[in-house]
Design a protein around this ligand. Structure first.
Ligand code: HEC
Ligand code: HEC
Length: 187
């Protein structure tokens, strides 16, 4: 009986610790970067400049948010014109072309250290594997964010004729798991 149980446990091990090769990890990273570097994500992930971007929306490369919008240190525009003035927090989505996006959370910029606008694949990879610069997350935390964040959900389905990054939040989360299981390779 004991022997059988022991054999069962041993047999279970290879299935649990699935081998993920470095190549598979790198391929998963390239798909992650293709999403993270898309304007639907980088327009918010801008850092200390305080101005959100309006790239990938027909205003050209390098276009910043019009109407003098600045996030301030609050990241929600509390110091000047709050984001919620136009980006109303509501379950119903404002999906008309060129309308301000609406989600079921306070529309805001991320903390400054989550800036990766314009950074290449190697730089974003090094950043997202470092809890000091990724909002304190391990792989499980990143997976949780990707599958639960209303910002990420909006980015994949922005509506209004806006372009969206390839895949779905669930596919991106699976790629992060694969990348993590391969030891978070960066190339
Ligand atoms: C005066 C109204 C107004 C305010 C205030 C405002 N926005 Fe916007 N925002 C808009 C409009 C309108 C658009 C849509 C532009 C388009 O798609 O042509 C937009 C689009 C955006 C986008 C681009 C989203 C995309 O499609 O990639 C980001 C990012 C953004 N806003 C962030 C912010 C943040 C952060 C704040 C607060 C600091 C803010 N906005 C405050 C009106 C506003
Ligand atoms: C409207 C602005 C906005 C957009 C658009 C946006 N994010 Fe974020 N992102 C945030 C904020 C704010 C945070 C900080 C965590 C929080 O408050 O949810 C964040 C945090 C993150 C983090 C770090 C994990 C964490 O929990 O802090 C990752 C990874 C991330 N975003 C990925 C993405 C990806 C991928 C997209 C595009 C599909 C995207 N974001 C689009 C605002 C945005």
């Amino acid at each position: 009986m004991r022997g059988a149980l022991f054999a069962l446990i041993i047999a279970g091990v290879p299935a649990m610790a699935q081998e993920v090769t470095r190549e598979e990890g790198l391929a998963a990273w390239e798909r992650i970067y293709a999403v993270a570097s898309h304007p639907r994500c980088t327009n918010c992930h801008v850092g200390a400049q305080e101005e959100p971007m309006w790239e990938g929306l027909s205003y050209g490369a390098g276009a910043v948010h019009r109407m003098g919008v600045k996030s301030g240190e609050s990241r929600i525009g509390a110091e000047s014109m709050p984001c919620r003035t136009c980006h109303v927090t509501a379950v119903g989505r404002e999906t008309a072309p060129h309308a301000p996006a609406q989600i079921d959370d306070a529309w805001r910029l991320p903390p400054v250290e989550l800036d990766w606008l314009g950074e290449d694949s190697a730089a974003v990879c090094a950043q997202l594997r470092d809890p000091e610069r990724n909002d304190g997350h391990d792989i499980a935390g990143l997976v949780d964010h990707l599958t639960s964040s209303p910002f990420v959900a909006w980015g994949f389905a922005p509506g209004g004729g806006r372009s969206a990054p390839p895949g779905t939040p669930a596919e991106m989360a699976r790629d992060v798991e694969t990348w993590g299981a391969a030891g978070m390779p960066c190339g």
